[in-house]
Design a protein around this ligand. Structure first.
Ligand SMILES: [Zn+2]
Ligand SMILES: [Zn+2]
Length: 101
């Protein structure tokens, strides 16, 4: 029952392969197909939609975390520039404490 073992089928000539990597090698050598590479982990794909699907499934969470981190850092920098140095802020707080006592 080879059909159950060989999951990956070449679209051009119907040849079957055990792994996606073998199919890619075949597509590259026999059909001279352009192989797409994931920029983040180097995994190879035959179709752009497959690569996009992989990026969405495997790397979207990482990318989201990175974007949020950067946004946070920018906000912090902006606040310091807008309200003066941290030392000035501390002075303002101590002055207020003095008024209360
Ligand atoms: Zn083929
Ligand atoms: Zn990847």
């Amino acid at each position: 029952m080879d059909l159950f073992h060989k999951k990956y089928k070449c679209e051009e000539d119907g040849e079957k392969f055990d792994t996606y990597e073998e199919l890619i090698e075949h597509a590259k050598k026999i059909h001279h197909r352009m192989i797409l590479k994931c920029e983040r982990c180097g995994k190879q794909f035959i179709h752009e939609k497959d690569r996009l699907h992989h990026v969405r499934e495997e790397h979207e969470k990482e990318m989201d975390a990175r974007v949020h981190k950067n946004e946070h850092q920018h906000k912090k920098e902006g606040n310091h520039k807008g309200t003066g140095t941290p030392q000035e802020e501390v002075d303002a707080h101590t002055r207020n404490f003095g008024d209360n006592f």
